[in-house]
Design a protein around this ligand. Structure first.
Ligand code: SF4
Ligand code: SF4
Ligand code: FES
Length: 256
């Protein structure tokens, strides 16, 4: 995960042939000045082949080298560039500008803010530690007893399929930071932690389900979820987040 914090050498801003000028409003904040939180606005030439991440890189490269955001893979895999784009949580590298560019004479104004519910450190970068604390609290690793096996732990295809969806999580935090319960009280574990608990609770090779279920039965656990589906809508991996939470609730009510 890379924090893009250092200014890149400013060069004349190129305007590629075929590009369309887009107004981009960016939420800014820095402890290095006394401006507090405010909106900045940039005019960026955008090509249909761009992702929104390219727009941010353009601003940083040519318009304002102090703009700060995280990114790493640029291909929807590392989960580091979650941000609130036009009011919804998205990975900047997965927002295709061809889907947003206006037709004809219309103009396009976009906004980008940090994800909500976590402390803002600078511009679009938030402190992810509270999010990872909740992830660690559900013990997201294989728990077994007895001697180490001498070969791999066998699992049927049907047993593997039971938790396939929740293996896809890239810990981007789009779900947790779109959750109104998490906004109102950060002590809620949040959907991402529950998704990662689900991944092991329903793994036939694991023996830690009871322990994790007890953790999630806590006052800050699954029962705080109000089934509003914001998390499912926000997930860039298409994980059925709310369904996973419901399955954990059912496992608590009945048996796994
Ligand atoms: S379904 Fe539950 S976890 Fe997901 S956003 Fe709604 S309240 Fe939060
Ligand atoms: S469940 Fe989806 S939205 Fe939530 S952290 Fe994992 S990949 Fe991101
Ligand atoms: S930069 Fe890795 S997911 Fe977007």
């Amino acid at each position: 995960m890379t924090a893009v914090a250092e200014p890149i050498t400013q060069k004349p801003a190129p305007v590629p042939e075929g590009s369309v000028m887009v107004t981009v409003k960016v939420a800014r904040f820095s402890t290095e000045n006394d401006k507090g939180a405010y909106w900045d606005s940039f005019q960026v030439p955008v090509l249909p082949t761009d992702r929104f991440l390219n727009v941010l890189i353009y601003i940083k490269s040519y318009l304002d080298g102090t703009l700060t955001f995280r990114r790493s893979c640029a291909h929807g895999v590392c989960g580091s560039d979650a941000m609130r784009i036009n009011g919804v949580n998205r990975l900047a590298c997965k927002v295709l500008m061809k889907d947003l560019l206006p037709k004809g004479d219309k103009t396009l104004t976009m906004s980008v803010e940090p994800i909500r519910g976590l402390p803002v450190e600078k511009d679009l970068i938030v402190d992810m530690e509270p999010f990872f604390d909740a992830f660690r609290a559900v013990k997201p690793y294989l728990m077994t007893s007895g001697n180490e096996p001498t070969r791999e732990r066998i699992q049927s295809q049907a047993d593997r399929a039971r938790f396939d969806d929740t293996t896809k999580c890239i810990l981007c935090a789009c779900c947790t930071t779109s959750c109104p319960v998490y906004w109102s009280d950060g002590s809620y574990f949040g959907p991402a932690a529950i998704v990662n608990a689900h991944r092991f609770i329903f793994d036939s090779r694991d023996e830690g389900a009871r322990e994790r279920l007890d953790i999630l039965n806590d006052v800050e656990g699954v029962w705080r979820c109000r089934t509003t589906f914001n998390c499912t809508d926000a997930c860039p991996r298409g994980i059925e987040v709310t369904k996973a939470i419901q399955e954990v609730k059912r496992a608590l009510l009945f048996t796994r």
